[in-house]
Design a protein around this ligand. Structure first.
Ligand code: GTP
Ligand code: MG
Length: 398
């Protein structure tokens, strides 16, 4: 087993300055076992690299632990695709909590934006399936989840779309863990409401969508039905937003369906009786691989666009507030850093780090200083240009 790389408890705020001063941007995932949390994280890296092709910025896995996890996932997925057929058990589930570290890398130490994504075995979400002895770890995960400025809810699209009888529909909330997901979202929203100025983002991400869209090799377009189901089954979650976080004006709820594999098609869906629980059903979907069997991630660009919009809006707020403070007193920087904990202060670190690089470049004619300032500017430019991109037709905003 690969050891847990970092206790999430160390993650004290929604965004924090990393060890070498770069911005750390924390993203939480909330979903039951086998829903597709780990796959969504790996798809973000896979596709993030493609998005940044031809730019001076790259997306990288930081640290051996993250690299190992990603390559293990990739090996398992490649094996399944070669085998031509797989089900939800094809990829081993997560065994422990793990924070993935992905870096939008400028190549200059102390710059860049690090995305930290907390992953954990989905079975921990429900007290009935949480193994004995992991309470302390789960509490750490809960703390991380409350502190994130972005919460991602992966939704198994196949469960919604393949529920055809009343008994299937009765099983849907249990299979998707919607009561537990709702509780986590509620706690997260309450915390956001304590910091109403901070931009917050709730992403509802249906995954395993390949068979329900016709824009990535699929034959049928059932996207409207999928949206209706998500709206219906996650109605409580969506309605929590105005109720629990009425003061957070910049809260966004974005529906962004993702194919984390892409080249597969659902062949059969089984609703199997649970041997230990009379009346309960588990869901198993069987997938076939569409030739040529190459992974074709779709929809993660929309997630990146939404994340970049949040960063840009945080940055704008920081700059406005900083300008306001500057008018009031001279020692702006220190006051700003002391007054704000969390997302804004750490965005401020990013902004001030960039300014420092520009000042260094202005003072010195040395090539490295100028290059560092240019790379920092390139990162800002890319985040801004991604934030300006239009979302795909898959996306819906509430
Ligand atoms: N067809 C299809 N299968 C997917 C997709 N995403 C995930 N899967 C499959 O669903 C299964 C579960 O995915 P994981 O990413 O391991 O799920 P998880 O939520 O991390 O599960 P736990 O670690 O047990 O909590 C795996 O066999 C994946 O290959 C997708 O977009 N399409
Ligand atoms: Mg997992």
């Amino acid at each position: 087993m690969i050891p847990t790389n970092q206790a999430p408890a160390a993650a004290a705020s929604a965004a924090a300055a990393g060890e070498d001063g770069r911005l750390v941007y924390r993203i939480g995932m909330v979903g039951p076992s086998r829903v597709g949390k780990t796959s969504l994280i790996t798809a973000l890296l896979h596709d993030g690299q493609r998005l940044l092709e031809g730019t001076p910025i790259s997306m990288k896995a930081v640290g051996t632990a993250t690299q190992k996890r990603l390559s293990q996932h990739r090996r398992e997925l490649d094996g399944s695709l070669l085998a031509g057929e797989f089900d939800a058990g094809a990829l081993g589930g997560s065994q422990d909590q793990f924070t993935f570290h992905l870096l939008l890398d400028t190549g200059i130490p102390g710059t860049g934006i690090e995305l930290q994504l907390l992953d954990y075995p989905g079975g921990w979400l429900d007290p009935h399936t949480r193994p004995a002895g992991v309470d302390a770890q789960w509490e750490e995960c809960e703390r991380f989840l409350e502190q994130c400025s972005v919460l991602v809810v992966p939704v198994d699209a196949a469960v919604l779309m393949e529920a055809t009888t009343a008994s299937h529909l009765r099983a849907v909330p249990t299979v998707l863990g919607t009561p537990q997901v709702t509780d986590v979202v509620r706690s997260w929203l309450k915390r956001r409401n304590e910091r109403p100025d901070e931009p917050a983002l709730l992403l509802l991400c249906p995954v395993k969508c390949e068979s329900y869209f016709d824009d990535n090799g699929g034959r049928r377009d059932q996207s409207a039905t999928l949206l209706q189901w998500v709206r219906k089954v996650y109605r409580q979650v969506i309605e929590l937003v105005p109720n629990e976080a009425p003061d957070v004006r910049s809260m966004r709820v974005v529906y962004a369906p993702v194919d984390t594999i892409g080249c597969v098609e659902i062949l059969r869906a089984d609703w199997l009786p649970e041997p230990d629980e009379p009346g309960a059903l588990t869901f198993v979907a069987h997938y076939g691989v569409r030739p040529p069997g190459e992974r074709s991630v779709k929809g993660t660009e929309d997630i990146m666009i939404a994340l970049c919009r949040q960063l840009v809006s945080g940055r704008q707020k920081v700059e406005e507030r900083e300008a306001g403070l500057r008018r009031e007193q001279a020692d702006t920087a220190q006051t700003f850093a002391e007054r704000d904990e969390g997302f804004f202060r750490n965005i401020w670190y990013l902004v001030s780090g960039e300014r420092r690089l520009r000042a260094d470049a202005a003072r010195s004619s040395r090539e490295e200083a100028i290059q560092a300032a240019e790379r920092a500017r390139a990162l800002t430019g890319i985040v801004e240009s991604l934030a300006r991109r239009a979302h795909s037709d898959r996306v819906h905003q509430w």
